[in-house]
Design a protein around this ligand. Structure first.
Ligand code: GLN
Length: 449
């Protein structure tokens, strides 16, 4: 597949032919990465996760409850794409309401990993990552609340970037956890990620959490020759499997050989990351999902009165994982438990941010695993707590609001699947993140491997 950078030089006729080819190949390939082939406007076709509003397109968030809903307005990220020579093309499958790590919880069927169809592509932006890695999309947009861009990119062997919280407008993004959600690019390489990030970043008065800061093009200022100080968090690594640890150690060596300085740090409270995230995320999700009542959006179940309307619509419309999180969220927000769980989690969230800030006093970037292993087999994770554990390396970044980028650096020698690692930067220092990532991409030379 041609890169985004190359595609931006092509004529509309060539791009139209490419769209036809992509649709055909996607239908034949059987990955179930696309769940729709809508197209609007002229420009380089970009695949869009099914929780980002494109005016006039259906939007389901991977849920039955939103079946039949047509977006009446456009997400700001889509408006920005259109003014940068790109255009939305196709709907990417996702875990229901972006809750999940495998894209197994979509009402519209599982997505498969293009490297081995017995394995998951990761989630929740599994459709976006599988399509980019499988050669059926040039680039895609995903959303990352606790790892949903970076982890599927790592499992599929492509690049995924989560911007600083507030950098990209959330206007028109189906809300999961509003204080954590960010839209970001999934691409074939680091430079394409920088180009797509540039297009969507910027202040938006329609999103009150959008940062009112100037954005300077990172793609035009990419400098892989900067020598950076990169921290590795030693007590983080031991929880990953041996393949991930091996690839991690090799990557640290490659960074050192590329002239970067490696320093060693510890984070003291990593055992609280998962609990903190799942308290805050479910509390916010409960509130955000209250709007799906059968009256305002999508599907309506049959009923005899108004309480049956709510009850039946929500019972039939939401899947198990979404219901589990609504229950959890209501529990942590309920009077009597609010202080013990929700308020405590907010305090721990601050401590996590402080820990990262302390590391960034000495380091430009942090290198970390994205997931504790390569992509697991479909159906192999049946215990939800085990699934939550697989997010251990990504959640804290969202809790701290930091930008991070995952890129493929090696392969699991047991199953041949890609292993990705992430670089993490200070808030709003996307330039250093991309500079370091480009340097690492060159040092690793993954395509040659
Ligand atoms: N796996 C995490 C969750 O289920 C993260 C999902 C995401 O980033 N949207 O909450």
């Amino acid at each position: 597949m041609i890169t985004l950078k190359e595609a931006l030089t092509k004529s509309q006729d060539e791009l139209n032919r490419l769209k036809t080819q992509m649709e055909k190949k996607a239908k034949e390939g059987g990955l179930n990465a696309y769940i729709g082939f809508e197209s609007s406007g002229e420009g380089v076709p970009i695949l869009i996760k099914d929780n980002i509003q494109v005016k006039g397109w259906s939007l389901t968030c991977g849920s039955k409850i939103l079946q039949g809903y047509i977006a009446p307005y456009e997400a700001t990220a889509i408006t920005h794409l259109k003014s940068h020579g790109m255009a939305p093309f196709g709907r990417a499958n996702m875990d229901e309401f972006a809750m999940g790590s495998t894209t197994e919880s979509s009402y519209y069927g599982k997505t498969l990993n293009p490297h081995n169809k017995e394995h998951v592509p990761g989630g929740s932006s599994g459709g976006s990552a599988a399509a980019v890695a499988g050669g059926i999309a040039i680039a895609a947009l995903g959303s990352d609340t606790g790892g949903s861009i970076r982890q599927p990119a790592a499992y599929c062997g492509c690049v995924g970037m989560k911007p600083t919280y507030g950098r990209v407008s959330r206007y028109g993004l189906g809300a999961y956890s509003s204080s954590l959600d960010q839209i970001g690019p999934i691409t074939q390489n680091v430079e394409d990620a920088a180009i797509l990030y540039d297009a969507i970043a910027g202040h938006d008065p329609k999103d009150s959490t959008s940062a009112d800061m100037e954005t300077v093009s990172v793609a035009q200022n990419l400098n892989p020759d900067r020598k950076l100080t990169i921290a590795v968090i030693d007590n983080y690594i031991s929880e990953a499997d041996s393949q991930t640890q091996r690839v991690f150690a090799q990557t640290v060596e490659k960074l050192r050989n590329a002239g970067h300085t490696i320093i060693h740090k510890n984070r003291l409270n990593t055992q609280y990351d998962i609990a903190t995230y799942y308290i805050i995320a479910t509390a916010e999700a409960t509130t955000n999902l209250a709007r799906y009542d059968g009256i305002r959006y999508g599907n309506r179940a049959s009923c005899n009165n108004v309480s049956e309307l709510f009850y039946n619509t929500r019972s039939e419309g939401f899947g198990d994982e979404v219901k589990r999180r609504i229950l959890l969220g209501n529990f942590v927000l309920s009077s009597g438990f609010y202080d013990a769980y929700y308020l405590k989690a907010q305090k721990v969230r601050h401590l996590i941010r402080d820990e990262f800030n302390a590391i960034f006093k000495e380091a430009d970037l942090i290198l970390s695993p994205v997931a504790p292993s390569s992509a697991p087999k479909i159906g192999s994770i049946s215990d939800p707590l085990e699934m939550y554990k697989s997010d251990m390396y990504t959640l804290s970044i969202n809790l701290a609001g930091l930008p991070a980028l995952s890129l493929p650096v090696g392969k699991d020698s047991a199953n041949g699947l890609p292993i990705g690692l992430q670089l993490i930067a200070k808030a709003f220092d996307e330039q250093t993140l991309f500079d370091g990532a480009l340097s690492l991409e060159r040092a690793v030379n993954y395509q040659k491997q």
